[in-house]
Ligand binder design. Structure first.
Ligand SMILES: [Zn+2]
Length: 138
């Protein structure tokens, strides 16, 4: 198993740090976030230590998201919420705090006053989109 002794999530995997575990198998762990954005905020991680999406192998990523789907549905049903956000941050610039790949399941209620993705956006010109597209795919 890939491990970083200093990593807080690896310590949770090793049960050196206690957590409220919703799901566990040989390769995946899901537990309640200790600093929840909302009630039921859950973290799903591979037990192997990967820094972020760049590092995790596709087959393990697939396994993680199978569990994300399973747990999200369960939370939606059992906590009778109105919706949920799936959030996955990569690198400091995108708000990643713990450098062990993880997926947030954030339960939401109508008018809960939490974050909204209502960020100001401007329509891009077609030539600008084409230039960006060319840069990414070439
Ligand atoms: Zn780790």
């Amino acid at each position: 198993m890939l491990k970083d002794e200093a990593c807080i999530f690896c310590q949770i995997v090793d049960k050196k740090i206690q957590s409220q575990i919703l799901f566990e198998n040989d390769t995946i762990l899901a537990f309640l976030d200790i600093f929840p954005i909302s009630n039921g905020h859950t973290i799903v991680i591979p037990k192997n230590h990967y820094n972020n999406l760049e590092d995790i192998p596709v087959d393990e990523l697939t396994d993680v998201f199978k569990i994300v789907k399973k747990i999200s549905s369960k939370i939606y049903e059992k906590l009778k919420i109105d919706g949920y956000n799936i959030l996955q941050n990569n690198f400091k610039a995108a708000g990643q705090v713990i450098n062990h790949f993880h997926v947030h399941i954030i339960p939401r209620r109508r008018e809960d006053g939490k974050f909204q993705l209502l960020i100001p956006r401007e329509q891009s010109k077609e030539e600008e989109l084409n230039k960006t597209l060319k840069t990414i795919i070439e």
